[in-house]
Write a protein that binds this ligand. Structure first.
Ligand code: F0G
Length: 457
């Protein structure tokens, strides 16, 4: 088989500013050893997130010029609405400025004290919006999804038996909605199978509950279904996407992922009564229902992005390039969540750096060293992000210590990815020299964004 090449040519480029290892050592120290506090210009390869970091196509940029900025009834809204309806089949499409804005509206209406919302795994902002409403967020991930070293095709799946039991025990009246996140970001960017979505729907039907999809990476998920699930090999990506959404009563979406834009999102729903409540809140928080916190040009770019995201040559390149990075570093012995997910590689920091205990943040140590070694920026997902303390003030670690390297869409070429692999492997070879970190400042909530650290002696 020949090399899978980038299915695009480059028309417009952005320079990368190169720095030396000495400079980066100083920059990182200045930033309190927190990659979030480094200026973007001081990063060589930025793998902090795949969200809002996509490169738009020439057609999307043309759409930006062509956007209709009418306050009400913008032509661009109708193009956006048509594009989203074609995929989701939902009756009402409400634009929002990003994913969490859709979540905020959904859970303000459906959440509240005493309510419980299950998901395969809630993403942080979804959990935060559920909890902010006073409700409780519960993760019901399948067992294999909790073991980084075990390979399986659909490690993002909902645990169907647990969901059934959970609904019986919690009481249908306390569950306003069931969510399923595709792909499962917090669970390693792992896909959910069509069978699992169908089974989740069956359970929802049995109890008369609505199912909403957190659809951020729906097209990547569809590609995994096509490649891994019997019966889907000859279907088009669009057909698979349509089937996925056919099981749902609505969706929340961050267009910053699988719509290939830098800002945007939606909340879609079939129920007219719910839609009225959503829209009323939208007008207060986001804007009129035909723009919802976005410019007309943004809606135009999303509509175009949704066509491009389902192109198979794009998805083949996208998923292969993530897998390629995973394969290269695994071959050198680097432990990761296996198999590689759709949008990111997750280094297993516990196995990478067993000498550094969780309370000294092994993931942070690796993220810092990747920056110093090669100017590569990733993010710790472990004790810094999710660590808690017991009553005696002793640290309680989350189950996994990870470093996520998320790959922006259409931004980096194969040689960039080769370079990233070289940097990771170099850090891995010298892992014995790495030490842990401790806080010099930590905010009471979402501390990973602003925390400052110093190396442990
Ligand atoms: N749901 C999932 C599964 C996500 O990954 C994200 C964002 C959101 C919802 C919220 O969307 O950022 O547009 O408000 N994930 C980004 C990330 C931030 O880096 O994984 P948003």
């Amino acid at each position: 088989m020949k090399t899978i090449i980038e299915p695009f040519k480059i028309k417009s480029v952005e320079p990368i500013r190169f720095t030396t290892k000495e400079e980066r050592t100083e920059i990182l120290k200045e930033a309190g050893y927190n990659p979030f506090l480094i200026h973007g210009d001081d990063v060589i390869i930025d793998l902090l997130t795949d969200s809002g970091t996509s490169a738009m196509s020439a057609k999307q940029w043309a759409g930006i010029m062509d956007g209709d900025e009418s306050y009400a009834g913008s032509r661009s809204f109708y193009r956006f609405e048509k594009a989203v309806k074609e995929i989701t089949g939902d009756k009402i499409i409400i634009p929002t400025h990003q994913g969490r804005a859709a979540e905020k509206i959904l859970f303000t209406i459906l959440g509240g004290k005493g309510k419980v919302i299950p998901n395969n795994t809630h993403f942080d902002t979804t959990r935060a919006n559920v909890e902010f409403s006073g409700a409780e967020a519960v993760d019901l991930l399948c067992e294999v999804g909790k073991h980084p070293e075990q390979r399986a095709d659909f490690k993002g799946n909902m645990d169907i038996e647990k969901l059934d039991k959970f609904i019986q025990e919690t009481g249908v009246e306390n569950i306003p909605v069931v969510m399923i996140t595709i792909t499962n970001n917090s669970g390693g960017g792992q896909p959910v199978s069509m069978q699992n979505i169908r089974d989740t729907k069956e359970i929802c039907k049995k109890y008369g509950l609505p199912l909403f999809i957190d659809a951020c990476r729906f097209s990547e998920n569809a590609y995994f279904i096509k490649k891994r699930e019997p019966g889907y090999e000859n279907k088009t990506i669009k057909e698979i996407c349509q089937e996925i959404f056919s099981y749902a009563d609505g969706s929340t979406m961050s267009a910053k992922k699988d719509a290939l834009v830098n800002i945007g999102g939606w909340l879609s729903v079939n129920d007219e009564e719910l839609a009225t409540q959503f829209r009323n809140l939208l007008i207060v928080t986001e804007g009129f229902p035909t723009y919802g916190g976005l410019a007309g040009r943004d809606l135009e770019a999303i509509a175009q992005g949704l066509e491009e995201i389902m192109e198979e040559s794009y998805l083949q390149y996208r998923i292969r390039s993530t897998e390629y990075l995973g394969e290269k570093i695994v071959a050198a012995g680097v432990p990761i969540i296996e198999p590689p997910g759709g949008h990111a590689i997750y280094i297993d920091a516990k196995r990478f750096l067993p000498s550094v205990p969780p309370h000294q943040f092994p993931g942070q140590a690796i993220a810092c060293e990747l920056y110093i070694e090669g100017g590569v920026r990733g993010v710790e997902i472990g004790s810094v992000m999710f660590g808690k303390y017991d009553k005696a003030g002793k640290p309680v670690a989350p189950s996994m210590e990870l470093v996520r390297l998320a790959i922006p869409r259409r931004v980096y070429t194969q040689s960039h990815i080769d370079y990233v692999a070289e940097v990771i492997i170099e850090v891995f070879k010298n892992r014995e020299k790495l030490s842990g970190y401790e806080f010099t400042y930590a905010a009471p909530i979402l501390r990973h964004f602003t925390a400052r650290f110093k190396p442990v002696d």
